[in-house]
Design a protein around this ligand. Sequence first.
Ligand SMILES: Nc1ncnc2c1ncn2[C@@H]1O[C@H](COP(=O)(O)OP(=O)(O)OP(=O)(O)O)[C@@H](O)[C@H]1O
Length: 268
Amino acid sequence: MTVPSPPEDTPAAAAPVLELDALDVAFGFGPRRRQVLHGVSLSLAEGRTLGLVGESGSGKSTLAKAVVGLVRPSGGRVLLDGDDLAGARRDRLATLRRRVQLIPQDPYASLNPRMTAGEAIAEAIDPRRGKLYAHRDEVETLLGKVAMDPDAADRYPNAFSGGQRQRIAIARALAVRPEVIIADEVTSALDCSVQAEVLGVLRDLRAAGPLTMLFISHDLAVVRHVSDEVAVMSEGRIVEHRERDALFTAPQNAYTKTLLASVPRVRA
Ligand SMILES: Nc1ncnc2c1ncn2[C@@H]1O[C@H](COP(=O)(O)OP(=O)(O)OP(=O)(O)O)[C@@H](O)[C@H]1O
């Protein structure tokens, strides 16, 4: 399939916090080598939420993993405030990586079952000396930001529902004070009502202060709800990247049109 280039009217006129520059990712070697991302370029400006949509297997999670260093790009650059993450030396990498926090898909796998919620958040505040007693006030403030009671700090993950776990994972990501949060299918494992609860927390966080977020989902209705701008991925390429309303009301790319047409309710 021939995939046209993104249109010229892409958003983010402000200086980008996160910039992907011609990012390539391939898996495997020799005849088994398969390129999954093909020259992906994207910019995300401070305080914006960029929704990344695309069907299963289009490469969205691979992009997220490449940004946080879990997958090594075979080409291109990941720039955070101009610093090259992909090319950084090992000693600087840990510091750089803290500046982008990934909220993973699975709320049942992302929290250590042997740590209380408070201990997990305290560790994120200070990875070397993150004891709960030393950071109790900040931990409780962070729990409040995700609409959890202070006493949640003393409970273990198995005491929480999926939605509550996901909110704790968000608090943990915020504890690092990252410049960018990547939310990768954070609601896909949750029931509808619980999805709404997690989306409500993200909406409140955006309203409370600048939050720069890459929000990845195959659910167009959810993306429309949380994003300022939306990029569409198909077969490892960005085919369209525009302001949210422009994309949903007047898509330009044939693939985007098909994607939107397959979910009639988001066009309403
Ligand atoms: N570690 C890996 N080794 C080999 N192939 C991989 C690896 N990770 C992902 N892939 C392949 O890369 C392609 C893109 O996968 P990716 O998980 O990034 O897609 P996605 O858009 O996030 O899909 P989903 O919404 O289902 O998670 C898929 O064909 C997948 O099989």
